[in-house]
Design a protein around this ligand. Structure first.
Ligand SMILES: C[S@@+](CC[C@H](N)C(=O)[O-])C[C@H]1O[C@@H](n2cnc3c(N)ncnc32)[C@H](O)[C@@H]1O
Length: 203
């Protein structure tokens, strides 16, 4: 597979992220038939960059951190470089190959696991995590309910970055029934932001 490198400047550090040059070229018949094969993982989305910026600005040393739908795993890599113990997950095996490769090339240590949100029982049993991360995971309306039911099983704090996808209001409305939700606006996401979900127990 051809790869290109994107450079990201974060908190005084230069990170390089390797990824396929054109995600669209990875689409094949199997991808159309089975949604998990669509290569959304192959791009470094602005939400991933925004979430990584927020992680870089907060202490994470020693924290147990989980990323859902990690794709190329920039937020996980930044958390690991900050001293967190990180598990990066995605339902695409190819994403996890790139997540591991990108961690290694940036000197970060992280664990990866193949996890689909609808089948995350084992993942929930491994928890709780002190911080759960997710960037640009609401691009389909059908992702809202599985994520709303999964997140409380994983921990008591989550950071979700979203560019303002149409499903974001439905997700936030559901999240507010259970979590205390605050927003960090970011220049990367002018129509969205990074949302912090904190269990009402700690809010
Ligand atoms: C738009 S991409 C965002 C990738 C990365 N977080 C970023 O911001 O650059 C969405 C990611 O979620 C993953 N994903 C989508 N649906 C999923 C599901 N049901 N279970 C696990 N991962 C899923 C995709 O494989 C993809 O890596």
């Amino acid at each position: 597979m051809d790869v290109v490198e994107t450079t990201v400047e974060l908190a005084g550090r230069t990170l390089t992220i390797e990824h396929p040059p054109d995600a669209v070229e990875l689409i094949d018949e199997a991808a159309f038939e089975r949604e998990e094969f669509l290569p959304y993982w192959a791009e470094l989305w602005p939400s991933g960059v925004a979430l990584a910026q927020v992680i870089a600005a907060r202490p994470s040393r020693g924290e147990a951190v989980l990323e859902l739908g990690c794709g190329l795993a920039l937020p996980s890599i930044v958390a690991a470089l900050g001293g967190a113990r990180v598990l990066a997950t995605d339902w695409s095996p190819d994403a996890l190959v790139f997540a591991r490769r990108n961690a290694e090339r940036n000197g970060a240590e992280l664990e990866t696991a193949l996890v689909a949100w609808a089948d995350a029982g084992e993942l929930a049993q491994r928890g709780p995590w002190q911080l759960v991360l997710a960037a640009d995971v609401l691009y389909e309306r059908r992702n809202v309910d599985p994520l709303l039911s999964l997140l409380p099983r994983l921990g008591s704090e989550a950071l979700l970055a979203d560019p303002g996808r149409p499903a974001l209001p439905a997700f936030l409305a559901g999240a507010r029934t259970r979590w205390h939700v605050t927003e960090t606006p970011t220049a990367e996401l002018p129509r969205g932001g990074v949302f912090r979900l904190l269990s009402r127990q700690y809010a």
